[in-house]
Design a protein around this ligand. Structure first.
Ligand code: KMT
Ligand code: NI
Length: 180
């Protein structure tokens, strides 16, 4: 998984949007904003992903195939909503099985976007309360396991006045040492 600051230039969301020269983001920085990630080779991944899931209490999972064929009628709508800046009240956990894509996460307090270029074998935990979004890249395909602690509870709350006072948002900011 490569991590770098998003350049904020207008243009296709599926392009890399890497500054020239690139501004890489260190693993320490990701830890600071409470992004967790592991690399587990896809070949023979099951027992290893199971172990992480057990250790962290992820009891359920399903498979998402983000392609035109995989999503059918709701493809355009989904692509759009994945890329709206939002937060959840639970962790968003993804293990990439094939394809690639970009998760953008907001650094606080700078409010800069950090782009995470994910590839097969990446297991990523996006904490509750962090603002983020997702897009396919130019390969237009990603297949991922979605893991969750209990029932799927991944309502996206788009960023706005209400999310600013959401308890999970406030708790997140406390965890990363921002705000009260
Ligand atoms: C999400 O919640 O943004 C997604 O599930 C995106 C696809 S998972 C690679
Ligand atoms: Ni999300």
């Amino acid at each position: 998984m490569r991590a770098y600051y998003y350049d904020n230039l207008p243009g296709d969301q599926r392009l890399a949007h890497d500054y020239v020269p690139s501004r890489p983001v260190s693993a320490e920085k990701l830890t600071q904003i409470n992004i967790k990630f592991w690399q587990i080779p896809v070949e023979g991944y099951e027992p290893k992903v199971d172990a992480v899931a057990k250790e962290r209490g992820y009891k359920n999972r399903d498979l998402i195939n983000v392609t035109k064929e995989g999503l059918g009628d709701i493809y355009e709508e989904k692509i759009k909503s994945f890329f709206e800046e939002h937060m959840h009240e639970d962790e968003e956990i993804r293990y990439i099985l094939s394809g690639s894509g970009f998760f953008d996460v907001r650094e606080s307090p700078s409010d800069e976007w950090i782009r995470l270029a994910v590839e097969p074998g990446d297991l990523l935990v996006i904490p509750a309360g962090i603002y983020h979004r997702f897009t396919l890249d130019e390969n237009n395909a990603i297949k991922a396991l979605r893991l969750f602690q209990d029932e799927p509870k991944w309502i996206p709350y788009n960023r706005g006045p209400e999310t600013e006072v959401n308890v999970h948002r406030i708790q997140y900011l406390k965890t990363v040492g921002v705000g009260a």
